[in-house]
Design a protein around this ligand. Structure first.
Ligand code: NAD
Length: 264
């Protein structure tokens, strides 16, 4: 059974959704967790398991704040084994002609520079300890092809997919693994507006119909993937972007009339 006993983990974006579910799961599996978020909702996450989880407010796209997070783990627990760089923003769905440079800079700062800072500072701390570790960054199916987010979001998540590849290479020989997760549609704070809208219109059964599982995902289903990548169960998985999307990205759009569906 997957066990994180004795591991020290940092999870960003832990005030809500995927980050919150992951911080709670890591703690349940035995890790000591620093749960970080830009909002104080992270205190509620820590209150669920105060023995194991310490809350810290931080901006995951700020170098100073990421350094402070790593320093906190070392100060409190004397070590660091896992960094889940998960904080992110969608930045809305305006098209390329309507997005400003300032919006692009902010989305890239949090979604792409944040994971870079995690690899830089957590990677250094883990390498100094000499025991290896696991850095996980949340990308998205939006990072694989267009159609699942705004332009800057999509570009930022594609950047994360390639960032973990270069991260794995740059950490070569350190036994520090660097991987990404590409969630599909998950019900969280980020997608709340969409779920609210379809529920108000009585269309909840339409959610997730584009993927073969025919449903949206839950935060715990991404947390389970993060747990796998965080733990020694994935000891030979490195430089990989793990897609957890119910099969959404497994196909190009196709004509059901032409090809049919086995279980339709
Ligand atoms: P969420 O809004 O529920 O959680 C995101 C958390 O990140 C929030 O608590 C927010 O306060 C925090 N955050 C935002 N900016 C921050 C910053 N600068 N510093 C620290 N914390 C910050 O949404 P979620 O879906 O759980 O998002 C988690 C990750 O999953 C994001 O990277 C998102 O892009 C990614 N993702 C989500 C979906 C989905 O369908 N929900 C799909 C693919 C990828």
């Amino acid at each position: 059974m997957t066990d994180l006993t004795g591991k020290i983990a940092i999870v960003t974006g832990a005030g809500s959704g995927i980050g919150r579910a992951s911080a709670l799961l890591f703690a349940e599996k035995g890790a000591k967790v620093i749960a970080a978020d830009i909002t104080d909702k992270v205190n509620d996450t820590a209150a669920e398991n105060p023995e194991a989880i310490t809350a810290m407010t931080c901006d995951a796209g700020s170098e100073e704040d990421v350094q402070a997070l790593v320093a906190k783990a070392l100060e409190l627990h004397g070590d660091l084994h896992i960094f889940f760089a998960n904080a992110g923003i969608s930045g809305g769905f305006d098209g390329i002609f309507d997005q400003s440079v300032e919006e692009w800079e902010e989305i890239l700062r949090i979604n792409l520079i944040g994971p870079f800072l995690a690899i830089k500072h957590a990677g250094k701390a883990m390498a100094d300890k000499g025991h290896g570790g696991s850095i996980i960054c949340t990308a998205s199916v939006a990072g694989l092809r267009s159609g699942a987010g705004g332009p800057a979001y999509t570009a930022s998540k594609a950047g994360v997919v390639n960032l973990v590849r270069i991260g794995a290479q740059q950490l070569s020989g350190s036994n520090i693994r660097c991987n990404a997760i590409c969630p599909g549609l998950i019900e969280t704070g980020m997608t709340e507006f969409m779920y609210k809208m379809v529920r108000e219109r009585g269309l909840e059964d339409k959610v997730g119909q584009l993927n073969p599982m025919r449903r949206g995902g839950e935060p715990i289903e991404i947390a389970n993937a993060a747990l796998f990548l965080a733990s020694d169960d994935s000891s030979y998985v490195n430089g990989h972007a793990l897609v957890v999307d119910g099969g959404l990205s497994s196909s190009h759009p196709f004509s059901k009339q032409k090809f049919g569906e086995t279980a339709a």
